[in-house]
Design a protein around this ligand. Structure first.
Ligand code: FNR
Length: 368
């Protein structure tokens, strides 16, 4: 069960620290550099307030939406998180059961610590036991140094019933911080050649000119992936309108605007601050999702008002997992959905399409 006193995601975050080894806690929480981008992810939500409409008709309301032809109970998905067994022995299996119970989509990481197939099977079993639909599972792809390995991952995801591929494009050059405990591993990459930072003869670079930089995804890789699968392909880690428009031109079916939780280049703006420009550049051609700093239902409403179709949450999964396993993750999703509905009701929005920029105001502009 869930321990007493957990009323917000922040309560799980505070409680999680005592459940995790210090280096694992640091690994989950940290941002890169001086953590300016990490701080922006929260600060950018705090800059917005609400303008409710009085006496709105709330009858028949709902938070439902459809993405790629699939019903989602709320505009909220679980972001891909590497190695969820760092937070709880059941790891991804606990998360997919919680996602099933709450009819919430889950994006499974290439670096999951349970196999693609076991996660899908646990989702199906939970759906049968709870009399719920099978949850929408998407597979997050980190391109591997050998294309046949990337393709093998995509084929496994397709065969296991995953419904979209999320290509993460912002994290190829990211120093690996944590030494994994012996029992936690990227089990889906067993037998594959891993990227090593070994200099190419004749170059003097430390990162540039090594296999690491040479293996970073390029635009041609998006075109290749698009041609290889019939599943929707989303790009995760876009922040600029120009890149977003190019991705859509090349066949991307959706975008996840993200600065990777402030863990890559420090100094990036928050996804929330870039949503408007990405939305203008893509003109509603594909669904825009965002992540980074979403911790309350009112954050979800702000992201939707600024152009997102849905949001993803990252670190809170690990916090809730560490504190209470599956029950914790299910409770965290339930709280977010309750807060989302309360915020919508108080704003006078019975449905998601009623949430627009006219429901927000910016704090600085109204300061005395
Ligand atoms: C991540 N993120 C991530 N992204 C991805 O595409 N593949 C991955 O394997 C991981 N792994 C991962 C591990 C940990 C510990 C963190 C904190 C983040 C990024 C993640 O999907 C998401 O973009 C951010 O975490 C969103 O920000 P919040 O919700 O954590 O503020």
């Amino acid at each position: 069960g869930v321990p007493p006193g957990m009323a917000t995601l922040a309560d799980y975050e505070a409680a999680a620290r005592a459940h995790l080894e210090p280096e694992i806690w640091r690994h989950i929480q940290e941002g890169s550099g001086a953590e300016r981008s990490l701080a922006e992810n929260r600060a950018s939500f705090a800059r917005w307030g609400f303008l409710p409409r009085a006496l709105a008709d709330l009858r028949g309301g709902s938070t439902e939406l459809s993405l790629f032809g699939r019903r989602h109970a709320a505009p909220l998905l679980l972001a891909p998180m590497a190695y969820q067994r760092l937070a709880h022995p059941e790891g991804e299996l606990a998360v997919v059961r919680a996602a099933t119970a709450l009819e919430t989509g889950m994006v499974v990481s290439t670096l999951a610590s349970v196999t693609i197939e076991e996660i899908a099977a646990a989702g199906r079993d939970a759906a049968a036991a709870l009399d719920r639909p099978v949850p929408p599972l998407w597979f997050q792809l980190y391109l591997q140094p050998d294309r046949q390995d990337s393709l093998a991952l995509v084929r496994r995801a397709e065969a296991a019933g995953y419904e979209a591929i999320v290509l993460t494009v912002d994290a190829a050059i990211k120093p690996a911080g944590l030494t994994l405990p012996a029992e936690v591993d990227a089990v889906n990459l067993a037998g594959m050649r891993r990227i090593r930072q070994t200099a190419t003869p004749g170059t003097s670079g430390i990162i540039l000119g090594t296999a690491l930089a040479d293996a970073a995804p390029r635009w041609a890789d998006l075109e290749w992936l698009r041609s290889e699968t019939r599943l929707p392909v989303l790009l995760k880690g876009m922040l600029l309108g120009e890149d977003a428009a190019r991705a859509v031109d090349l066949g991307a079916d959706g975008l996840i605007v993200s600065n990777h939780g402030g863990r890559v280049l420090d100094g990036l703006p928050s996804a929330l601050d870039m949503l408007d420009a990405v939305s203008a550049a893509t003109g509603g051609r594909v669904p825009l999702l965002m992540d980074g700093g979403v911790r309350t239902g009112s954050d979800v409403v702000k992201a939707l008002a600024l152009g997102a179709s849905a949001v993803l949450v990252g670190r809170p999964q690990m916090h809730a997992l560490a504190v209470a396993g599956m029950a914790g993750v299910a409770h965290a999703i339930h709280m977010l959905r309750t807060e989302l509905e309360a915020t919508m009701a108080q704003l006078g929005c019975a449905r998601l399409d009623a949430i627009g920029p006219d429901r927000l105001w910016r704090f600085e502009q109204h300061a005395r």
